[in-house]
Design a binder for this molecule. Structure first.
Ligand code: ADP
Length: 511
């Protein structure tokens, strides 16, 4: 085998080559099933002949897809590391240049380099930059160029003989939906693995991996602290979790402390949250009007969380110290034992409307701002999921992956039903917020004064609030009505002034 150093530099500026990545599966934490799948591939790569005798071949291509920062690159390097193979990496965006013919020739270069060191691994990050659907809208130009590059990838992959020395191609993307279907056909990227956001246990495991080289007072304290951070970081990626630990390390050093403590970790977490969307290092300087809007938003989200508690994610606290387009409310995640009923799905749509409804209520429809913009998106997404993928609504029992699966008349039906759900959700949400208006104001005041509020206090205010009776809100479809009747019947939640289902009546009535 040639030494990797012999790779011509000028020829391959866009390729980064490593003889040994030194990364193993131990470096990737959480989502154990992904490792199990990939371990199998590594076994085949290592014992090529033995498996071939049994007629088992390594897949030619593995496609890892999922949000940025979830460890796709890390996994690709781990495959190379575990199999002890050289690793050739390039980025899809590097192939697309303004000069005609560059894309195809760069693809050729990449494959030629990898082949001369076979068995080896090719990694193409952001493969969507070159491998998006042909004939689609030409976003950003360079369409013909991209097409050439894509065709070249297909040619190269088809050119490998399955039975000869292997080059395994690993692609990564966060836009599986725009990839050209030709790439996903048998004999190309025939193994597709989703790398998703980590669960609570996954986050704990990832934090532990990145805490390996950090100092804590004791093993026990480390476990407790990391467990707490794992609970507070729903929707965080592995990369963000790694940042939290690094940041905590820096803060610890800045304060001249020997060990990372709770305070540093929580501070680092706040910073990480704050930089999510504002991109600001430090978001203490929030203008007054924005603070007021944030406080109302968080108060509304909190009231809805009490009114329709989420069995899967009880909330812990909220604050107005960072500006995001999504609520700042933090949740814990209960694992196991929970199952979703239709009413839970519907309630989640109602809850999701809170930021948008309260802004309109308090500031007026012509005076909305971006901090509630994502709420509408989230609510329609949840409604669409319930209608298309659960078979629980009047839409029917079939499963549809997404809207584009629908024939035109079904698309019309979806729109009508989604509108129905959205109408119900918005009306219900504003009815709850009006009913609990005084509690919303109390929580808002506390947030403005102290910047944050804990679940216990929110529950206390919610339970003691004087209610303002609201007219009934009509349910969505006949299934919706029945489910509500069942749930409320079981729990006997028929507080005075609350909307409830009266048997024999066409819908809801007020006690
Ligand atoms: P992607 O390629 O999906 O954008 P990366 O592999 O570049 O993500 O992740 C960036 C960094 O985040 C990794 O180098 C690693 O340190 C950390 N990371 C992400 N996911 C995990 C994980 N599941 N376990 C451990 N570390 C992770």
């Amino acid at each position: 085998r040639r030494a990797l150093g012999s790779l011509g530099k000028s020829r391959a500026k866009f390729i980064s080559a490593e003889e040994r990545t030194g990364i193993t599966f131990d470096d990737f934490a959480g989502q154990e099933y992904i490792k199990r799948e990939l371990q199998e591939i590594v076994r085949i790569l290592k014992n090529d002949e033995e498996f071939q005798d049994k007629g088992i071949y390594c897949p030619k291509g593995v496609l890892l897809h999922g949000p940025p920062g979830t460890g796709k690159t890390l996994l690709a390097k781990a495959i190379a590391g575990e199999a002890g193979l050289p690793f050739f990496a390039a980025n899809g965006t590097d192939f697309v240049e303004m000069f005609v013919g560059v894309a195809a020739s760069r693809v050729k270069d990449l494959f030629a380099s990898a082949r001369s060191f076979a068995p080896s691994i090719i990694f193409i990050d952001e493969i969507d930059a070159i491998g998006s659907k042909r004939g689609g809208p030409d976003i950003g130009g360079g369409g013909a160029e991209r097409e050439q590059g894509l065709l070249q990838i297909l040619t190269e992959m088809d050119g490998f003989k399955v039975s000869t020395a292997q080059v395994l191609v690993i692609g990564a993307t966060n836009r599986l939906d725009i990839l050209d279907p030709a790439l996903l056909r048998k004999g190309r990227f025939d193994k597709i693995i989703r790398v998703g956001l980590p669960s609570k246990d996954g986050r704990f495991a990832i934090l532990k991996v990145h805490a390996r080289n950090k100092f804590f007072r004791s093993e026990e304290e480390k476990e407790v602290l990391l467990q707490e951070i794992a609970e507070l970081t729903e929707d965080f990626t592995g990369a963000e979790l790694q940042n939290i630990l690094n940041e905590a390390g820096i803060l610890t050093a800045r304060k001249d402390l020997d060990y990372i403590g709770r305070e540093e970790l929580l501070e680092a977490l706040k910073r990480q949250k704050g930089t999510f969307e504002t991109g600001q290092e430090d978001s203490t300087e929030i203008p007054d009007e924005l603070r007021l809007r944030l406080a109302y938003r968080e108060a509304a989200v909190a009231i809805l969380a009490c009114y329709f508690p989420d069995p899967y994610r009880p909330f812990i606290e909220t604050d107005i110290n960072s500006i995001r387009s999504q609520p700042n409310m933090s949740y814990t995640e209960t694992s196991g034992k929970v199952f979703f009923r239709k009413s839970d799905y519907i309630n989640s749509i109602v809850r999701a409307c809170a930021p948008r409804v309260i802004e309109e209520e308090m500031f007026g429809i012509d005076n909305l701002c971006w901090i509630s913009a994502k709420a509408t998106l989230e609510a329609s997404r949840l409604a669409e999921f319930l209608i298309l993928q659960t078979g629980m609504t009047a839409f029917g029992k079939a499963y549809y992956k997404n809207q584009s699966d629908l024939v035109p008349n079904l698309a019309v039906k979806l729109e009508a039903l989604r509108d129905e759900y959205m109408r119900y959700a918005v009306e219900k949400c504003s009815s709850v917020l009006r009913e609990y208006h005084s509690a919303v104001e109390t929580i808002t005041d506390i947030l403005l004064e102290r910047g944050q509020i804990k679940a216990e206090e929110i529950w206390d205010i919610y339970k003691k609030a004087p209610l303002i009776v609201q007219p009934a809100v009509n349910p969505v479809d006949e299934y919706g009505a029945l489910i509500y009747a069942g749930r409320w019947g079981i729990h006997g939640i028929t507080l005075p002034g609350r909307v409830t289902f009266a048997p024999g009546n066409a819908g809801f009535s007020t006690f």
